[in-house]
Design a protein around this ligand. Structure first.
Ligand code: IVH
Length: 700
């Protein structure tokens, strides 16, 4: 066997070569395993290959290949774990990075709850563990299931592996636990154990992990629970999902109960009664960070009272009642070798700093974003400069400043291109800010549908995870199909198989019988698509997941949505007014949506795509409430709750909250001081009610 070089000794070129070799090698073993059902190597040896691949990818994220084994369909791990749908979604946390932002968070919570500054409001503060979240389900006190977070809706079934973690009780201790209890928390590897684990790996000539989090993820995702069992995995319980009955009045007491029931809980959790106290705990935890014995990346604050957590609810993917306060990003200095221009999906020209590779927080960085022309000018970065860069968590690294601006013989200032770097070299224009009408920061290629770079980006977006999510069709494959003229617009993806007689995919470089049939199967699977995913995939300006969800639950079917948007071309029509009345759709967004469908090129593209796919209707939110599907407008002063809480509560019951009154309004809730909206509603004969009547209606 050839001795493999330690991963931390690899330079970028060697790492790229090694990743190419591993991709080929792993693909070969996958073929033996699947097609011939006759693996040529042991599971342990196969795992070793994957682990080395993952560890190199973790250290060199820029070098991850589009045909990486971690991305491919049909490889063993993605087949190996069953899927578990979370009964209560596993959400993530919003972040703040400064004391001021934290103070703003506490103020926002108070405003939402109408909680006067003079009244005490308690928050818990605890370390934010840098591991992986996991939900562990207990029925009648017995561990029955454990799942990773996955995409928040569905995770992987890791029950057998979680059973091997020493501080996860198999049977709950004590009493008083609800019949069904899903305890959530973080799986991690303590720092000392991580060092020992890596030392042992190294001594055995095996790959090392970049950091404890990757090591924990790699260890948990071992298909063989016996391997997982040997890894020093630990678990802190800090939250919960489905519970059959309430078991505590506060966050603090709930977590204390977890401790009594046999879980490890973090003993640095404190109760705070003001933003000042929260900041004091943050500073304390930051000081103790190095000595904790496990990696943390910030502090998490949670509103202590659970009844208040319920009132605060969620916005998009994070709770309004919790916040992560992240530690400052890690920094390093390196040399700027080059400034490249990338063209985005909407034609925006983004300058990217190409750096001499440097390790920042355990990861090798060789690219950093320079955002736009103004930022390049502000930083005055020039090729050859020594620059300070920083990275925080998974965010794209940034250039902070030039460290040696005063040296002699510096390169000339960077001349921002006046033309798109695409083969058409169309002029790039500094566009006006849509809101202010003044010169904006974005320089955009004016080539639109003609610019091949934009077209490729749009296709990449179309197949991306939140959109059509077609496995096996990543950036590299899209680029190759586009180059060959075989996929030039979304509809082409769905006719690929029919054209395959001529294309002969499986005989091509980089493809085989298995990967070609996997790709066709993945495409087939997506012929039925949700309205939300379709709307994300179209890449309409300003329409991300939240807006796509709002539009799909408001218009329910593609036919209804599409027909309405075409009719909304007339800005005075009821259709357009109704669109802008949706809470969360501003004028700029409404214009962008309607303009998208008014553009003949898009219409053709959409028509050809729709001939290939079936769009599933959205499920209207909570139909069983008395206000589900109703359009509600709030006006005037509310007494019992803040405007934000009233709106969030109505939306949670399936009502559409609008900002202005139109013929489509079903209910106007008018408090004292209501003016023109009340008059308009009365004129239109719309049902109006007081806040008290509204509360009685929704509590009914
Ligand atoms: S509470 C509804 N508490 O941070 C969200 N999360 O960036 C409940 N995390 O996905 C999460 N330590 O994996 C919470 N003490 C802590 C945490 C914590 C780490 C993770 C968790 C979450 C991620 C969000």
């Amino acid at each position: 066997m050839i001795a493999l070089k330690d991963i931390d000794q690899l330079g970028p070129d060697e790492a790229a070569q090694e990743l190419a070799r591993l991709a080929k090698e792993i693909a070969k073993h996958d073929r033996h395993y699947y097609k011939k059902d006759a693996p040529k190597i042991s599971d342990a040896a196969y795992d070793e290959l994957r682990r080395r691949n993952n560890a190199i990818e973790a250290r060199f994220p820029d070098l991850v290949r589009s045909d990486s084994p971690t991305k491919r369909v049909g490889t063993r791990p993605s087949e190996g774990f069953g899927k578990i749908a979370h009964t209560v979604p596993m959400l993530s946390l919003d972040n703040v990075f400064s004391d001021d932002e934290l103070r703003e968070f506490t103020k926002r919570v108070r405003r939402f709850l109408r909680w006067p500054e003079s009244e005490p409001l308690a928050f818990t503060a605890e370390p934010k563990i840098d591991g992986l979240s996991c939900g562990i389900r207990y029925e009648r006190g017995k561990l029955v299931q454990a799942a990773t977070r996955g995409d928040g809706q569905t995770g992987e079934d890791v029950t057998q592996n979680v059973r091997t973690i020493c501080d996860v009780p198999k049977i709950l201790a004590g009493d008083g636990w609800p019949e069904v209890l899903e305890v959530r928390g973080e799986i991690y590897i303590p720092t000392t154990e991580f060092a020992a684990m890596n030392a042992a790996q190294e001594a055995a000539g095996k790959p090392v992990y970049a950091n404890p989090r990757n090591a924990a993820a790699g260890s948990l995702r071992q298909l063989d629970p016996a391997i997982s069992a040997k890894r020093p995995l630990r678990f802190f319980a800090y939250a919960w999902g489905e519970v059959s009955a309430p078991f505590a009045p506060t966050q603090f007491e709930a977590v204390r109960k977890f401790g009594k029931w046999g879980f490890s809980i973090n003993d640095h959790m404190r109760l705070c009664h003001s933003a000042d106290e929260m900041i004091a705990v943050y500073m304390l935890i930051e000081r103790e960070r190095a000595a904790l014995g496990y990696d943390i990346d910030g502090v998490v604050y949670k509103v202590d009272r659970l009844d208040l957590q319920t009132r605060l609810g969620f916005v998009s993917r994070s709770p309004r009642w919790a916040m992560a306060h992240k530690f400052p990003p890690e920094q390093a200095s390196t040399i700027l070798e080059k400034i490249d221009i990338q063209v985005g999906r909407t034609g925006a020209l983004t300058p990217v700093a190409k750096l001499k590779p440097v390790t920042v927080g355990g990861v090798v960085v060789s690219n950093a974003s320079l955002h736009n022309a103004d930022e390049v000018k502000r930083l005055d970065v020039r090729v050859g400069d020594q620059v300070l860069i920083q990275r925080a968590g998974d965010v794209i690294p940034q250039v902070v400043k030039v460290l040696n601006p005063d040296r002699t013989r510096r390169a000339a200032p960077f001349a921002f291109p006046t033309h798109c770097p695409c083969p058409l070299s169309t002029p790039a224009v500094r566009e006006l800010d849509e809101k202010t009408g003044e010169a904006g920061v974005i320089t955009r290629c004016s080539g639109e549908f003609a610019c091949p770079f934009q077209r490729v980006r749009r296709l990449e977006h179309f197949v991306s995870r939140q959109a059509f999510d077609i496995e096996g069709l990543g950036k590299k494959q899209i680029a190759a199909f586009f180059e060959a003229g075989e996929i030039t617009e979304p509809a082409d993806i769905f006719t690929l198989k029919d054209r395959d007689d001529g294309l002969k995919l499986e005989a091509r470089e980089g493809w085989g019988e298995l990967s070609a049939s996997n790709l066709f199967a993945a495409i087939e699977e997506r012929r039925h698509i949700s309205l939300e995913r379709l709307l994300i995939a179209l890449g309409i300006r300003h329409v991300g997941q939240t807006t796509a969800r709002l539009l799909s639950t408001s218009y329910i079917s593609w036919q209804n949505f599409h027909g309405t948007m075409l009719a909304a071309k007339d800005r005075t029509s009821e259709h357009f007014i109704q669109l802008t009345a949706l809470d969360g759709i501003g004028d700029v967004m409404a214009e962008a949506i309607v303009n998208y469908f008014a553009e003949p090129h898009n219409e053709g593209l959409v028509e050809r795509l729709l001939a290939q796919i079936t769009v599933q209707d959205a499920i209207p939110p909570k139909q069983d409430s008395p206000v589900a599907g109703k359009t509600v407008v709030f006006t005037g002063k509310l007494v019992e709750m803040s405007r934000d809480e009233a709106k969030a509560g109505a939306a949670a019951l399936g009502a559409k909250v609008a900002g202005s009154v139109s013929a489509k309004t079903d209910i106007l809730v008018a408090g004292p001081g209501a003016g023109s909206k009340l008059k308009k509603a009365t004129d239109l004969g719309i049902k109006t009610m007081t806040e008290e009547e509204w509360l009685a209606l929704i509590k009914a």
